[in-house]
Design a protein around this ligand. Structure first.
Ligand SMILES: Nc1nc2c(ncn2[C@@H]2O[C@H](COP(=O)(O)OP(=O)(O)OP(=O)(O)O)[C@@H](O)[C@H]2O)c(=O)[nH]1
Ligand SMILES: [Mg+2]
Length: 244
């Protein structure tokens, strides 16, 4: 049976036009404006493309996805625990270098990523040239130039999304290497992480977060696995009770 319902997350730095893109795609009116930090809890909307229904989740804008703030945890938890079918990372074309930091963090968490380089109109005005093909080859995921406010590039984005959720795009995200010491410790941790969580979470990413001393993530993972274990036990009880 083929699915026709998909969940898509919008992630990115504050003020990169995520909510503007959200409004273009869903026809809703999520608050936008020229100051950071407007979207505090995630907003949801829906749209249909080629007979598929998409739930779009507008995550709060953050500079990283560690555990520095509630916003970062909301965005991180959504990507890690809700496992969207694709995550669109919205970058500001006029501040690409700074914005790429978050893109790399998302690529450590999931390989189902589309990078949208937004504000292409502003970049053009400032004489900034961006080569989406080269950027895509470096990052290992599709890169789509758009101007959300002018509704430019949206058709290509939708088509790419359609292909990604149907498994027609094979991504190969760049892997950031952290030097021999850290890499060795990552490799030491990965087997235990896999033993604990199976393939539920990206093991390399969990290892990196643990090495960074991210106790809030550890707590979130523990809570989650305790809850899943309880659900599994009650499910098993229910089944054995039903079979007697
Ligand atoms: N010139 C231009 N401005 C844009 C474009 N897209 C968005 N903007 C403007 O950029 C500002 C920020 O847009 P938002 O959509 O609120 O940004 P956001 O990423 O949701 O911001 P946070 O919720 O704070 O993370 C607004 O003034 C938008 O009108 C674009 O393609 N071109
Ligand atoms: Mg917003």
């Amino acid at each position: 049976m083929t699915r026709n319902n998909y969940t898509i997350a919008l992630a990115g730095n504050p003020n990169t036009g995520k909510s503007t893109l959200f409004n273009v795609l869903t026809g809703l009116r999520q608050h936008t404006g020229n100051w950071p930090g407007k979207t505090v809890v995630h907003a949801e909307g829906f749209f249909t493309y080629k007979d598929c229904r998409y739930k779009l989740v507008d995550l709060p804008g953050t500079y990283s996805l560690y555990s520095n703030s509630a916003d970062e945890e909301v965005a991180r938890d959504f990507i890690i625990f809700e496992k969207p079918d694709a995550t669109i990372v919205v970058l500001d074309a006029t501040a690409l270098e700074r914005n790429l930091n978050l893109a790399l963090q998302v690529l450590e968490m999931t390989d189902r990523v589309i990078v949208c380089v937004n504000l292409m109109d502003e970049a053009k005005k400032k004489g900034i040239r961006i080569d989406p093909g080269k950027l895509s080859a470096s990052l290992g995921v599709p890169v789509i130039p758009i101007s959300a406010r002018n509704k430019e590039g949206i058709d290509v984005l939708l088509e790419t999304l359609d292909q990604m959720v149907h498994g027609k795009i094979k991504t190969d995200p760049i892997v950031v290497r952290y030097g021999p010491d850290i890499e060795r410790r990552i490799h030491e941790l990965i087997p235990s992480i896999k033993e604990l969580f199976g393939d539920a979470y990206p093991a390399r990413w969990v290892a990196l977060r643990l090495l960074d001393g991210d106790t809030s993530l550890l707590r979130a993972l523990q809570q989650r696995s305790t809850r899943l274990r309880k659900e599994a036990v009650s499910h098993a009880d229910h089944h054995s009770a039903a079979s007697v």
